[in-house]
Design a protein around this ligand. Structure first.
Ligand code: NDP
Length: 433
């Protein structure tokens, strides 16, 4: 079985099975990610929206208030795959215009990450620009319009996303909502013929991920997952070591990712709520999983020693404050991982047969750096991680190339996240292949 057919079989298998009954998969990471989706039909990426708000700042997009509900319960928007409209996005697809730089990006979900990181980064990018917003909070609209010069016709609510279909200014919708809402908004954006960038973790189940992959494939748009670190040069050096093996075979990975950032006033924050995607594992543990897979260049076959706990039960009554787990790989290598909302941890150590190397910090927004046991320094610098990520992804779309981090990549991590949860709940190891 070659890598590509193995990847296809793997995707078909996980679309049809649960974590607990995982089936055979390819265990080496394919160094040439494909951006095409699976072939099966899209299912229902179900997840309901949250509280609604009222008000009604309107625009041509009709940005009346709404939160968390892009159309029906299957996450569908009313735009259909069969509609074709001038100005729709898609590079090189049949009948679609070739795109030129810079692409227009609409940020969807104007929370902390969108406002503090992505919008400022979009002022630094060369191949994409902030042109639109999609929000459920009308009161945010004037500020964003004033700060970034966003035209009225490029302002949307979650209920008016189907109107994006007719907007030639917007080529990409970047989903930056709470985790459990990613799938429905990604599917709505794809049905409006917009390329989709989506934050991590991609979705709540492998089936939701597959629905996103399918929706993008069916609508001729690309899907990129916001793993900014895969675009970061020192991280890329470490990923390259997985195949170059300058210190022999990697044997052990230790990945720690967490921050001590919540207090009593945060009790209502979605990350602390018993909703899919809440808790430290989904927020921070996903960095450990992704880093371990790429540092080793292979796919884990088993999750073991998983446990989740809290040391501040008043604050973390509903979700894990800490999660620890091990991933076992076909080569015999083991990754020991810890995520936390209770301590500041941020390091990736790789121990090999004849040496070691590390990144610390490994997932910070700035200053990712490290060294190897032979003195090699990993000290390349870039201006802005998010700008690098978005420019890479925009250029891939413009040039019609495979994207660096396609939906299949996010899907693999989601499958492992669920296995970790299952292992912690049952106290038993969970096989992944
Ligand atoms: P916030 O809570 O700060 O913002 C989320 C935004 O989503 C809200 O402001 C709101 O925007 C919108 N939203 C839509 N429906 C709901 C709902 N039911 N409840 C709450 N908000 C809703 O989250 P973050 O910005 O911190 O995180 C957003 C995403 O970005 C997450 O998936 C997270 O994992 C990811 N992230 C990624 C990082 C990275 O480094 N790659 C770093 C930080 C976060 P509006 O009012 O406009 O509707």
């Amino acid at each position: 079985m070659n890598l590509r057919s193995g990847r296809r079989q793997f995707l078909q298998a996980i679309a049809a099975t649960t974590v607990a009954s995982g089936t055979a998969c390819q265990n080496r990471i394919d160094p040439t990610p494909s951006s095409s989706g699976g072939a099966s039909s899209s299912g229902g990426a179900s997840s309901s929206g949250g509280a609604s708000s009222s008000g009604g700042a309107s625009s041509s997009g009709g940005a009346s208030s709404s939160r968390g509900g892009a159309g029906g319960t299957d996450g569908s928007a009313s735009g259909t795959a069969s509609q074709t409209t001038a100005g729709t996005s898609g590079s090189g697809g049949s009948g679609q215009p070739r795109l030129t730089s810079p692409l227009g990006v609409a940020l969807l979900g104007l929370g902390k990450y969108a406002s503090e990181r992505l919008a400022p980064a979009l002022q630094l990018t060369k191949h994409c620009r902030l042109k639109g917003i999609v929000t459920g909070t009308p009161s945010k609209i004037p500020t964003w319009q004033a700060q970034y010069g966003i035209e009225e016709k490029n302002v949307y609510s979650y209920d008016t996303m189907d109107a994006l279909l007719d907007n030639p200014d917007i080529h990409v919708v970047y989903i930056v909502t709470p985790n459990h809402l990613h799938a429905q908004f990604a599917i709505a954006a794809a049905r409006a013929k917009k390329h989709v960038w989506c934050e991590k973790p991609m979705a709540m189940t492998p089936e939701q991920c597959q629905s996103m992959i399918d929706a993008c494939a069916e609508n001729g748009v690309k899907l990129c997952i916001g793993y900014r670190l895969q675009h970061e040069p020192n991280t890329q050096t470490v990923i390259g070591y997985a195949s170059a093996r300058p210190f022999g075979a990697p044997q052990q990975v230790d990945a720690l990712s967490g921050f001590n950032g919540f207090g009593p006033s945060d009790a209502d924050v979605w990350r602390l709520k018993k909703i899919p995607g809440g808790g430290s594992l989904f927020d921070m543990g996903v960095y450990c999983i992704n880093a371990a897979r790429h540092a080793l260049g292979e796919e884990p076959i088993r999750v073991s020693r998983a446990r989740q706990w809290t040391e501040r039960p008043n604050l973390f009554a509903e979700v894990d404050e800490w999660t620890e787990f091990e991933l076992e790989f076909p080569s015999g290598a083991v990754a020991s991982c810890r995520s936390s909302f209770g301590e500041n941890i941020d390091s990736l150590n790789i121990t090999c047969a004849s040496g070691s190397y590390k990144l610390e910090p490994f997932q910070g927004y700035t200053g990712v750096r490290g060294a190897a046991s032979d003195g090699t320094q990993f000290n390349q610098t870039i201006e802005n991680q998010q700008a690098r990520q978005m420019d890479d992804d925009a250029l891939a779309i413009i040039e019609g190339r495979d994207v660096l981090v396609p939906g299949q990549e996010g899907q693999r991590d989601v499958r492992i996240l669920l296995a970790v949860q299952q292992s912690a709940q049952t106290g038993q190891p969970v096989r992944l292949a």
